[in-house]
Write a protein that binds this ligand. Structure first.
Ligand code: SF4
Length: 431
C-alpha cells in the first residue's frame, strides 16, 4: 500500500494548504497513514512537512528534525520526505543544506506536481479538476486558491481560503515575504466551495485570509459574508484573521444580520501602546481599536472576542508594556494568543531594530498578561452560567471548550445549558 502523512505547522491557512495536499496525494492513489508507525510499514511511504516561518520556534522545530528523519530512513529505505510551506519561500538553499534526509522541496503553489516529484505512476488523474494552482487539463497555472472542483468533503469544519498573501508589511511579519502579495479568489469559487462543503456535511465554515476582511473582488468582505450566509444549510460561519484597519461599519452590520455568523471573533491588536503599534507598522491607534470593539459589542452583545499580542517588541519599555496590560484589563478578552517577539530574517523590524528585550523579561510580560486574561476569561465565562448556548463537538458558538453531561451527538448542533464556568472552559447540560 502507498501511504502518506502530513505534519502541519502554523496557522489555519497552512492547514487549508495541507488539505489540498491530501487531496493531491489521494488523487494520485495514496492513502492517509494513521500515524508514523503505520506510514513506515507502507510499501511506498511519503512524509510531508508543511512548514511555517512566522516564528523562530516553528523553524527551529524543522531544523531539529534531522535525527528523526535519519531514523525513519533506516526503518524504511523507500521513505521519501518532502518539505513545503512558508519556509520554502525565502530560505530554500539553507533548507537543502541543513536537511540532508529530505528528498524534495516543493513550493506550495506547485503542490499539484508532487506526484511527479515522487515518481508516482498514477500522477494526477486526467480530469478537469483544478487543484487550486494549475489546470490539470491544460497545465496552465491559474493562480493560487482555485477551487478543488471535484473534491467532496464530509468534514465538519471546512477551511476555505478566500485570499492568499498580504499587502500590509507589518514590520515584524514574514508572511508577505513567504506568501506573497494579497490575491483574492473569485467570489463564485468561494461560494461553490462553501456549497460543496455544506452539502458534504460541514457544520462550520471558516473563511480564511491573512487579512480576511480586506477581501476585494467583485464584492467586498461584508457582502461576501452575506452571500455565504444565503447558501442553504445549517452551518456556522467563522472567519480569521481580520485586520482592525479594514473593519468597516458595514462588516459589523453584516455580522449582526447574518444568522449563520457564529458570535466569535479574533481581532489582533498586537500592542496596547501607540508608539509600539507605529513601530510595528500597524496603522491604527489604541483608541480606534477600543472604539471598534465597542461597536462590535453594541451590535452583538454576546460575542466572544480573542486577540493576538506580541510582547517584547524591540524598544518596548515597561511602561509601554503596561499599556497592553491595561488594555487587557479594559477590554476583558475571552482568549488571546500571546507570543514573544522573535526577529524574522529580511523583515523591516529585524533590519532596523535591535531585539533588545531580554528573553526572561519577554516571558515575564507574557505571564503577566496571561494572569489578567485568566481573570477576565473566568469573569466572562461566569456570566454564561444559566444561559443556553449552541454547541458543536465540544465547542460553543463563542468558540469556548465545553464539557457536556450526557452524550452530545457527534457532528451535530445541540443546545446546552451552562452549569459551571472554569477559567478556560465551560460545563453544561444537554437540553
Ligand atoms: S497583516 Fe501584518 S501580521 Fe498579518 S499577515 Fe499581514 S503583515 Fe503579517
Amino acid at each position: 500500500m502507498d501511504k502518506y502523512l502530513i505534519t502541519t505547522f502554523g496557522c489555519q491557512a497552512n492547514m487549508a494548504d495541507s488539505e489540498k495536499t491530501s487531496w493531491v496525494m489521494e488523487n494520485a492513489g495514496y492513502k492517509k497513514a494513521v500515524d508514523e508507525k503505520d506510514l513506515l510499514s507502507a510499501k511506498n511511504p511519503i512524509l510531508i512537512f508543511n512548514t511555517c516561518s512566522v516564528r523562530q520556534k516553528a523553524e527551529d522545530r524543522i531544523f531539529g528534525l534531522n535525527k528523526k528523519t535519519e531514523l525513519f530512513k533506516i526503518q524504511n529505505s523507500k521513505l521519501k520526505i518532502i518539505l513545503t510551506g512558508c519556509m520554502m519561500h525565502y530560505k530554500e538553499e539553507e533548507l537543502k543544506e541543513r536537511l540532508p534526509f529530505f528528498d524534495h522541496f516543493v513550493d506550495i503553489k506547485n503542490i499539484d506536481t508532487l506526484p511527479k516529484f515522487i515518481g508516482h505512476r498514477n500522477e494526477l488523474k486526467k480530469t478537469n479538476v483544478t487543484t487550486g494552482l494549475r489546470s490539470q487539463s491544460s497545465g496552465k497555472i491559474l493562480g493560487r486558491g482555485e477551487s478543488l472542483i471535484k473534491r467532496k468533503t464530509s468534514k465538519v469544519s471546512a477551511l476555505i481560503p478566500i485570499s492568499h498573501g498580504c499587502d500590509n508589511f507589518c514590520t515584524y511579519c514574514i508572511v508577505p515575504l513567504a506568501r506573497g502579495r494579497e490575491i483574492s479568489r473569485p467570489v463564485e469559487q468561494i461560494l461553490s466551495d462553501v456549497k460543496k462543503a455544506a452539502d458534504g456535511g460541514a457544520k462550520e465554515i471558516w473563511l480564511l485570509g491573512q487579512t480576511v476582511n480586506s477581501y476585494k473582488k467583485t464584492v467586498n468582505f461584508a457582502d461576501l459574508l452575506r452571500l455565504v450566509n444565503a447558501i442553504p444549510g445549517d452551518f456556522w460561519i467563522r472567519f480569521t484573521s481580520p485586520h482592525p484597519k479594514d473593519f468597516s461599519d458595514d462588516l459589523i452590520k453584516a455580522m449582526s444580520e447574518c444568522e449563520k455568523f457564529a458570535h466569535y471573533i479574533n481581532l489582533p491588536v498586537q500592542s496596547g501602546n501607540n508608539t509600539v503599534l507605529k513601530r510595528m507598522g500597524r496603522p491604527y491607534t489604541v483608541a480606534r481599536y477600543k472604539k471598534l470593539v465597542k461597536k462590535i459589542r453594541q451590535a452583538m452583545p454576546d460575542i466572544a472576542i480573542s486577540t493576538d499580542v506580541i510582547v517584547g517588541f524591540p524598544g518596548e519599555t515597561r511602561k509601554q508594556f503596561e499599556d497592553t496590560k491595561k488594555l487587557f484589563e479594559e477590554i476583558k478578552f475571552d482568549m488571546a494568543f500571546l507570543s514573544e517577539y522573535s526577529p524574522r530574517p529580511k523583515t523591516a523590524a529585524a533590519k532596523a531594530f535591535k531585539d533588545d528585550v531580554p528573553h526572561k523579561e519577554k516571558e515575564k510580560r507574557k505571564d503577566e498578561i496571561n494572569e489578567v486574561l485568566k481573570k477576565t476569561s473566568l469573569e466572562n465565562n461566569k456570566k454564561l452560567i444559566g444561559k443556553t448556548v449552541k454547541v458543536l463537538n465540544g465547542r460553543t458558538e463563542g468558540n469556548k471548550p465545553i464539557g457536556i453531561e450526557g452524550n452530545q451527538p457527534k457532528n451535530k448542533f445541540a443546545l446546552a445549558k451552562i452549569t459551571k464556568a472554569n477559567t478556560w472552559s465551560l460545563k453544561g447540560k444537554l437540553l
